[in-house]
Design a protein around this ligand. Structure first.
Ligand code: NAD
Length: 246
């Protein structure tokens, strides 16, 4: 896999899976825009990308804001001359059983996970369409396929990302743009560290591989989908979950 001369933008790249995706893209040769709402993390990750001898651009971005997403894409083109790879990774949870879920918890999750994916994709595709090339990878979740109690908002957002992926893949397959979704199972990050120990152990017991995945397990698949090796793969949802969902 060689991603040299590729320019990638990763949302939510300040920590967790997004950070590992950004660093793995850099390891394979890409220059990377580190876009995250958390100002404290973007410069640190950008320095880590540069340590691999690649160019990096830290960008403080709230994916909920369409104008800000357009600005991030514009800054990418102004700085690097093009955009080849977009990874829509920014995501949040606001877990609660439906009876007690507040409207705000529903709206926040849909806004970041789903509208954020729409915003960045819409901003990027205009450029990719003109350039007749693009690789868009959306980070969904096994929860979007299986459901999970306490996560009606999150599951709905991730299932919607799968439908969005397929529709956009169909629209732009004829002009060199592939759009795929990667659906991680339970991956060891701050998101799963926040789950109480007992609940985490019960989750692991359900996974045929009997362990959590690592961010690298997701990142290598993202890099493959971003590469020329995956040119004929589009509109797919690929699961990385140790067998949790088949
Ligand atoms: P995380 O909480 O560790 O990191 C999420 C990143 O997104 C953070 O850096 C955060 O600042 C950023 N972010 C949040 N809101 C944002 C916004 N409005 N605009 C821009 N950036 C924003 O989470 P993670 O575990 O690394 O998850 C990354 C992605 O993978 C998410 O989409 C998540 O739903 C998905 N996922 C995670 C798991 C898991 O087990 N960890 C499983 C399936 C799917």
């Amino acid at each position: 896999m060689n991603l040299e001369n590729n320019i990638a933008l990763v949302t939510g790249a300040g920590q967790g899976i997004g950070k590992t995706i950004a660093l793995t893209l850099a390891q394979y040769g890409a220059d990377v825009v580190i876009a995250d709402i958390n100002e404290a993390t973007v410069s640190t990750v950008a320095h880590e990308v540069e340590a691999f001898g690649r160019r990096a651009l830290p960008f403080v971005l709230d994916v909920v804001n369409l104008a800000a997403c357009e600005e991030a894409i514009k800054k990418t083109i102004d700085t690097f001359g093009k955009l080849d790879i977009l990874v829509n990774n920014a995501g949040i949870t606001r877990d609660m059983v439906l009876l007690r879920m507040k409207e705000e918890q529903w709206d926040q999750v849909i806004a970041v996970n789903l509208k954020g994916t729409f915003n960045c994709t819409k901003a990027a595709i205009r450029y990719m369409f003109r350039n007749k090339y693009g690789r868009i990878i959306n980070i969904a979740s096994v929860t979007g396929a299986m459901g999970n109690p306490g996560q009606a908002n999150y599951a709905a957002s991730k299932a919607a990302i799968m439908g969005f992926t397929k529709a956009v893949a169909r629209e732009y397959a004829h002009c060199g743009i592939t759009v795929n979704a990667v659906a991680p199972g339970f991956i060891k990050t701050a998101m799963t560290d926040a789950i109480p120990d007992k609940e985490r152990e019960a989750m692991i017991a359900m996974i045929p591989a009997q362990k959590l995945g690592m961010p690298e397990d997701v990142a290598h698949l993202v890099c493959f989908l971003a590469s020329d090796l995956a040119a004929y793969i589009t509109g797919q949802v690929i699961h990385v979950n140790g067998g949790l969902y088949m």
